[in-house]
Design a protein around this ligand. Sequence first.
Ligand SMILES: CC(C)(COP(=O)(O)OP(=O)(O)OC[C@H]1O[C@@H](n2cnc3c(N)ncnc32)[C@H](O)[C@@H]1OP(=O)(O)O)[C@@H](O)C(=O)NCCC(=O)NCCS
Length: 176
Amino acid sequence: MEGTAKDVPRPVSASRSELAELMNPAYANIQGNVHGGHILKLIDECCGLCAVRHSRSACVTVSMDSVSFVQPVRIGDVLTLRAELSWVGAKAMEAEVEVYSEKPTTGVRTLTNRAHAVYVAVDENGRPKPVAPLLIETAEQRARFEAGALRQQARLEARAREKARASAPTDPTTTR
Ligand SMILES: CC(C)(COP(=O)(O)OP(=O)(O)OC[C@H]1O[C@@H](n2cnc3c(N)ncnc32)[C@H](O)[C@@H]1OP(=O)(O)O)[C@@H](O)C(=O)NCCC(=O)NCCS
């Protein structure tokens, strides 16, 4: 049987995404530091773009791993985000992103964040649908894929624990 578009593996390079944005005062607190929430939104947009490009489909975010803020981002900095898919399952896709902040007056560039986020391709009813496999072309991509598979396993275990906790009978004599 001939493969359909969704069965044909797609290389990492086909969905690699980059966003750049000048940080203006609307994104910052009164000390001039950009809100973490604004950076999280950009991370979601850049990683989500990889998922949409790979799956050629609408996608929803299902998980964002803990994000550390290594350096403050200031008004006037240019934030650049580079994301690519690190792991792809049957319906879920993990993207890895690096965020750099550049002072355009000096050219000094620093890594401010690194994060992973997971997306699921959905049909018109919002139900998960299959995506193309990821074509692994280098040893580095293979190592990333294997690390992503381990992270995904940990996420699904955490989700199962959360579901079990939510469905466990509650004891009215305790607060949690
Ligand atoms: C995404 C959604 C449709 C999945 O529905 P579901 O009934 O849980 O579907 P499934 O259990 O079949 O999981 C579908 C895929 O998502 C993955 N997945 C689901 N929850 C996950 C989580 N918390 N972390 C990582 N992967 C997850 C599953 O592993 C599966 O991928 P696979 O087929 O590659 O193994 C549903 O959870 C949803 O609508 N969530 C809300 C999404 C949202 O509103 N996001 C914010 C705005 S975009």
